[in-house]
Design a binder for this molecule. Structure first.
Ligand code: RFL
Ligand code: PHB
Length: 397
């Protein structure tokens, strides 16, 4: 076997999704060199349709770090959301309740902006890597082995950051005896579409209906994003476009309001999962984003949690390199796990409140949900609770 080509970098980042690319950008701006290793090609990473909601502090951070130009020009600032149940739509006014907002700006757009910043800084990720292996996280000299273009490499580093998502390899580099995972499955998934049609509502509509949850979201003034609760193993082939629109009409419809239809140009079914892997640090390896935690999308928290992780990690790494102070790095796992469980709470709460469940208690539970929602829209403090979480926990940076 030919020898591996040796490389060095202070921080090796596995995964070029939003978490990995943002951390790399933040470190670069703080004068810390790093290398991002991404298994997919660059086009694939910008084509993945995912999150759409950015929290207040996520937008502030991206803006501070020179990533806000297109976000402010093309993103849609929303002051609240609608909750719909029992044939009525109620506005939850975040601006009034907590003085904060959210922005609608697709994760794909965030990734495009990050890639453009990397190009401008001449710090592109290494795309198309394979056989990534994390070595030596217990000692002072960890490294990451990988292959690219038929050549084998080993990059020596001070720290490895696993930002390689739920299906990544870095979490598994923590020995099983030192790792605990907590998981919750759901007996439903979301069927999501993108359609060329102006959003039929000024803000997102989260609807509880006897036939299941529905969500009206958007990407731009001309592109709508809509979701339906479906069984987790639903075959998208069973959902021709007319069936999707009819079902959305049933679940979202109200007298005097029309859901505008349009050409569906993307559709798919996503299963739901809640997952936390602890700890988020083992020796010289730190986990960030979906590599460490997954939430069901009802609370719109996944991308924002990834942003919060890397913001704190940047601070910890800057303090390490500039002041030889490891207090933030040492507290990283505990700090972010506390934040993660709060986010898990909110996402579970939203999911249980807004989806229909099957089984012997289904009828009873549906009425409990209606009671919960009625109390929520009637009580300012209950609405403020939702608004506080939805617009986002503080991001420490
Ligand atoms: P990602 O985006 O999965 O990126 C991980 C990257 O690592 C690469 N990778 C590897 N690279 C090298 N070697 C390996 N062995 C590797 N294994 C994997 C992958 O190719 C990929 O490029 O994780 P990251 O960066 O932590 O970002 C997390 C977010 O993507 C995720 O939390 C959100 O998309 C979740 N989410 C939402 N989050 C929100 O904050 N607001 C929302 O409105 C929202 N809506 C959603 C969502 C996720 C959804 N799906 C599809 C799961 C809606 C949906 C439908
Ligand atoms: C989206 O626009 O994709 C979206 C919005 C809100 C959610 C989840 C997804 O809770």
């Amino acid at each position: 076997m030919p020898p591996r080509t040796s490389l060095t970098t202070p921080v090796a980042i596995i995964g070029g999704g939003p978490a990995g690319l943002l951390l790399s950008h933040l470190l670069h701006r703080s004068g810390i060199d790093n290398t991002v290793l991404e298994m997919r090609d660059r086009d694939y990473t910008v084509q993945r349709v995912r999150a759409g909601v950015l929290e207040h502090d996520s937008v502030e951070l991206l803006t501070e770090e020179g990533l806000g130009d297109r976000l402010h020009a093309e993103g849609l600032r929303h002051e609240g959301i609608y909750l719909q149940f029992a044939g009525q739509r109620h506005h939850i006014d975040f601006a009034d309740l907590v003085g904060r907002h959210v922005w609608i700006y697709g994760q794909q757009e965030v990734v495009k902006d990050l890639i453009a910043a990397h190009d401008a800084n001449n710090t592109p990720a290494r795309y198309g890597v394979s056989d990534v292996e994390v070595v030596g996280i217990d000692g002072d000299a960890p490294s990451v082995r990988f292959s690219q273009g038929g050549e084998d490499f080993e990059v020596a580093c001070d720290f490895v950051v696993g930002a390689d998502g739920f299906h990544g390899v870095s979490r598994l580099a923590i020995p099983e005896a030192r790792r605990t995972t907590f998981e919750r499955d759901y007996d439903f998934g979301w069927l999501g579409i993108l359609a060329h049609t102006p959003p039929s509502s000024d803000e997102l509509i989260y609807a509880l209906h006897e036939r299941g949850f529905a969500l009206l979201s958007m990407r731009s003034p001309t592109v709508s994003r809509l979701y339906l609760q479906v069984p987790p193993d639903e075959d998208i082939a069973d959902w021709p476009d007319d069936r999707i629109w009819d079902e959305l009409d049933t679940r979202l419809g109200l007298p005097g309001w029309t859901l505008e239809r349009g050409e569906i140009f993307d559709k798919g079914v996503t299963p739901m999962r809640s997952f936390v892997s602890t700890p988020m640090r083992d020796g010289r390896l730190f986990l960030a984003g979906d590599a460490a935690h997954i939430v069901p999308p009802t609370g719109a928290k996944g991308l924002n949690s990834a942003i919060a992780d890397v913001a704190l990690l940047r601070r910890g790494l800057v303090e390490h390199y500039q002041r030889q102070d490891d207090a933030t790095l040492d507290a990283y796992s505990e700090t972010q796990l506390s934040r993660t469980w709060q986010t898990q709470y909110f996402s579970t709460w939203m999911t249980r409140m807004l989806h229909t469940f099957t089984g012997p208690n289904a009828e009873f539970d549906h009425r409990v949900q209606l009671g919960q929602l009625a109390q929520l829209v009637d009580s300012r403090s209950a609405r403020a609770h939702l608004a506080e979480f939805y617009t986002g926990l503080p991001i420490t940076r």
